[in-house]
Ligand binder design. Sequence first.
Ligand code: GLU
Length: 288
Amino acid sequence: MTKPPPQRVFRFAPSPNGFLHLGHAYSALLNFDMARRCGGRLLLRIEDIDQGRSRREYEAAIYEDMAWLGLVWEKPVRRQSEHFDDYAAALEKLDALGLLYACSCSRAEIAQATRARDDWLRDPDGAPLYPGTCREKSHEFAQGAPANRRLNMAKALACAGGAVRWREHGMGEEAREMRADPAQWGDVVLARKGIPASYHIAVVVDDALQGVTDVVRGTDLFHATSVHRLLQRLLDLPEPVYHHHHLALDAGGAKLAKRRGSKTLRMLREEGLSPTDVRRMLGLANEG
Ligand code: GLU
């Protein structure tokens, strides 16, 4: 008898630092529809590692908005703040491999050092590429003030031993083999002062812990996948497949984001829009 294929696991992973807008709805609905079509599971993960910006009222609003959209997800909800020990264990493992160093540089110092070097190199998010000031000084900071912890990218790439790739499925297209390019991020921060784990470390640990097989998220995180695949290789974690979807844009073509004051789902709801209208606006079929 042939074994049935393993059940696929999807996740929607919002950060509770504002109300959901159409961009979130698009991602959540895509995850939901894809999981439903293949008889998979849909997890909801509350990405609240940044405790300073996360609010319980936003978390409650996420549940309310998702239920209004007609989404159903698995309980209990996963919360990153319940996994700090797991992130610390992953960081310890990287540290034991000699891949982390302490860095006390402020953003202003990094900008200044980059200007002084006159290279203006930027990471894919547009931030100045870290010039490596603290790379060889880690011992000096070990006992001092709490510092950021960075990945020594050159060492990490050597340790990964060979090219890192991922399977990119996009929006239902034929799968493509992507070659990860984590070096474009330089020595990324994996833990910050006051925040015990960065998004990068938390997301790869969570996806592995929760058995996520399919990561469906916006193209704004496409380049971050290079770092995630490298960390999965270093930490010996399973490799999900990736579906990076295009971003829902506003009428002016700008990315919908809390920062720009885009309309939230609850505003649209108050204006009388229905979940069916939201699906139509997003170009998603209404599924019965
Ligand atoms: N928490 C991230 C966000 O709200 C999503 C992370 C992910 O899907 O990997 O943009």
